[in-house]
Design a protein. Structure first.
Length: 219
């Protein structure tokens, strides 16, 4: 299968996986799915890492965190295996992004963090209110507390990372677990020996917004 073919299949595979969870909290996200556009860097205001040079069209953008994908691809297949396989194959053709700069978080984090959007308008000029993508965190990485106006769903696909929501305790989240963040709810993640690959959904009238760090904190 060619990389472009894997790329084109990602939104359909993601939706099929989400539908298989049959979770009521997903219904408003999936109801708006058809109104959102498949993103390859929409014209008007392409979404790029703030520290990177602007890119237009569907030009791919790679990040150091992609070095973890061969390790993920080599693992025995589990939850969401079709989506994981397609993502690993098409990763070089996707635009991988970061929401923070090296001035906000240290170099070790920046080398172990990135995300790519596979569905959703990446400009403020229209489209639906749902975005879907994949987050990749390297092993032994702490993603400090952050928040955003968008309501969010995470579904881990690889790696049993830990999540903390608000002031709650850290909880281990295995692949296939649905994690729901309300609008403006503070949340943090940390990995151990395995990298994390997770499917995410955002739902908001403003899909161009940025995540905001609460504080540096400590793991």
């Amino acid at each position: 299968m060619q990389m472009s073919e894997s790329h084109d299949r990602l939104p359909a595979l993601a939706r099929r996986l989400l539908e298989s969870l049959a979770a009521p909290v997903l219904e408003p996200f999936l109801a708006d799915w058809a109104g959102s556009q498949i993103s390859r860097g929409a014209p008007g205001r392409p979404a790029v890492p703030r520290a990177a040079a602007p890119r237009t069209g569907d030009a791919p953008c790679t990040l150091p965190v992609l070095r973890w994908l061969p390790r993920i691809a080599a693992q025995p297949r589990g939850f969401g295996s079709a989506l994981v396989t397609a993502l690993c194959r098409s990763a070089p053709s996707l635009a991988w992004r970061q929401s923070y700069t090296s001035g906000e978080l240290d170099a070790d984090f920046m080398e172990n963090y990135g995300w790519t959007e596979i569905l959703g308008p990446r400009s403020c000029g229209g489209g639906g209110q749902t975005a879907c993508g994949l987050l990749l965190l390297g092993a032994d990485t702490f993603y400090p507390p952050h928040r955003h106006e968008a309501e969010e769903i995470y579904v881990p696909l690889h790696g049993a990372a830990e999540w903390r929501q608000g002031d709650a305790v850290w909880r281990r989240r295995a692949p296939g677990t649905l994690i729901h963040h309300e609008s403006e709810e503070s949340h943090a993640m940390r990995t151990a020996a395995e990298p994390l690959l997770a499917l995410y959904l955002w739902r908001s009238a403003d899909l161009c917004q940025e995540s905001r760090l609460d504080q540096r904190g400590a793991a």
